[in-house]
Write a protein that binds this ligand. Structure first.
Ligand code: FES
Length: 302
């Protein structure tokens, strides 16, 4: 599975997309499918408008082969590829820094894609949620310690719920979903430890706004429908987890978008990036589960 992160000054935050086996199209195709605003025109390597910079996150990656003559020519015309880079691509199979998104294929590797985008378009981002409204109107974050105190509570809340969901899924025999929740719970504990280490307060006693805490999810094992149908139990648990993660994301996103303190903004953005990864991962699992439920229903009907 490839983990593709898009970043641009025209986007309010970086967005990471998990490209699965069916997503082996071009970078531009992947961006379009996820509403990432990479500019484009010809979609055929002839106009240069989809220029992006690609950072390969594995130090051993070699994928310069995918550089076609057409792409090489256009990059030359744009002054975005050097002779040494061309040589490196041709001889050593090393990819150049700049690529044309419409010509560059997504491979099974993690990459970071940045582009300038069209600065004349208004910056669009997810609307600030109820959590953001409450943050703006109620919760006062005046110092980095204030923010970190809330982060500790958000992460602890998330860790506890992931651990509960993991136990429940393991008890229902859903080992793979249990392992996913266990991983996510471990990440939450790591973030919790990071926030605690950065915070100079010893006693952290803040109360989360209700719309940024995890919802009181009913345990799947106590629900008759879920108990009767293991696939619904999986789906229900994944959706409950997504709901919780979205609340955490929105809380951090609200802080990053409203604080005037650059230090708080930077730390909040880090949390936003991490929460985004979790949200995207859960969405990916939910899509797969829904497809499995649909396939099962079709088999039953036919
Ligand atoms: S859209 Fe024209 S080169 Fe990619």
């Amino acid at each position: 599975m490839a983990n593709v992160t898009f970043s641009s000054p025209v986007m309010p935050r970086d967005i990471t997309v998990y490209a699965v086996a069916g997503d082996r199209g071009t970078l531009l195709g992947l961006a379009k499918a996820h509403n990432i605003p990479i500019p484009f025109d010809c979609q055929d390597g002839e106009c240069g408008s989809c220029l992006v910079e690609v950072k390969h996150l594995s130090p051993h990656v070699r994928s310069g082969l995918a550089l076609t003559e057409k792409e090489k020519e256009m990059l030359k015309q744009l002054g975005k590829i050097t002779k040494a880079e061309i040589m490196d691509a041709e001889v050593n199979d090393m990819p150049p820094k700049h690529r044309l998104a419409c010509q560059c294929f997504v491979r099974n590797e993690d990459i970071f894609v940045s582009f300038e985008g069209d600065m004349t378009l208004p910056v669009k981002g997810p609307a600030l949620s109820i959590a953001a409204a409450i943050y703006k109107g109620g919760v006062q974050i005046k110092t980095l310690d204030d923010f970190l105190s809330y982060a500790v509570q958000v992460e602890e809340d998330a860790a506890i719920h992931f651990e509960q969901l993991s136990e429940t899924m393991a008890a229902c025999g859903n080992a793979d979903v249990a392992a996913l929740f266990s991983d996510l719970g471990r990440y939450s504990r790591l973030h919790l430890a990071e926030a605690r280490a950065k915070c100079s307060r010893k006693n952290i006693t803040v109360t989360l706004p209700s719309s940024s805490a995890w919802p009181d999810n009913e345990s799947p094992e106590r629900t008759a429908l879920w108990a009767a149908d293991p696939s619904m139990a999986r789906l229900g648990a994944l959706k409950a987890a997504l709901q919780g993660e979205r609340r955490g994301f929105e809380f951090y996103y609200a802080i990053a978008g409203t604080t005037k303190d650059p230090e708080i903004r930077e730390v909040a953005k880090e949390f936003v990036r991490e929460e985004t990864e979790h949200v995207e991962k859960l969405k990916q699992w939910i899509e797969q589960e829904e497809a499995a439920v649909r396939a099962k229903a079709e088999t039953t009907v036919s």
